[in-house]
Design a protein around this ligand. Sequence first.
Ligand SMILES: Nc1ncnc2c1ncn2[C@@H]1O[C@H](COP(=O)(O)OP(=O)(O)OP(=O)(O)O)[C@@H](O)[C@H]1O
Ligand SMILES: Nc1nc2c(ncn2[C@@H]2O[C@H](COP(=O)(O)O)[C@@H](O)[C@H]2O)c(=O)[nH]1
Length: 204
Amino acid sequence: MKERGLLIVLSGPSGVGKGTVRKEIFSQEDTKFHYSISVTTRKPRTGEVDGIDYFFKSRTEFESMIEQERLLEWAEFVGNYYGTPVDYVEKTLSEGKDVFLEIEVQGALQVRKAFPEGLFIFLMPPSLDELKNRIVTRGTESAEVIENRLQAAKEEILLMDAYDYVVENDQVQLACDRIKAIVTAEHCRRERVAPLYKKKISEV
Ligand SMILES: Nc1ncnc2c1ncn2[C@@H]1O[C@H](COP(=O)(O)OP(=O)(O)OP(=O)(O)O)[C@@H](O)[C@H]1O
Ligand SMILES: Nc1nc2c(ncn2[C@@H]2O[C@H](COP(=O)(O)O)[C@@H](O)[C@H]2O)c(=O)[nH]1
């Protein structure tokens, strides 16, 4: 039977740079992860494409996905729903491929319960001032939404202990390198540990 792939979850407060870091990782040719495209009820931002950035849905459509248990996790974040389609994750992992989720903190904690064997990485801003500066400079949200996201960020940062690793996003390239090094190390660890377990089990 094929070994299942690794579920990699990148999370952290709004504006820390999760999307930027994820896009940089996926632009690199040697990246072998598979990105799970989320479903959201948020309106597309300029340049965002349905089926590439997100699957954009109405609230009714999203709620029927919840009812049909088609989401691995979901959360309401500052007025919109966001969720991870479960079928894609299960199918890709069962093909032995690594799946990469980029999601907010409530959702990551749900995934931790369903997939305790996943690899959970929290992306940290260099400071709260720099976090605010990044959300404001991005220029995609109203002042009210920015304030709400910053309030949420203060609570989210307190939950970083629930993660396997904390990575600072001081420079995009450095953050990408750190994440890729963590995944490589995790694969080595699992591949060394698994044969030991198999040997022990075969001795029982
Ligand atoms: N290391 C960095 N140094 C400076 N600016 C950065 C860095 N990483 C990301 N940014 C900038 O910060 C802003 C927010 O980044 P991004 O949209 O990737 O954050 P996010 O965590 O995905 O946000 P959200 O959770 O709201 O979707 C963008 O304008 C991006 O260009
Ligand atoms: N719980 C989930 N959170 C998700 C998912 N996809 C994205 N996100 C996170 O939502 C916020 C806001 O995103 P934005 O695109 O409106 O800025 C951000 O933290 C994303 O990482 C998901 O499937 N589940």
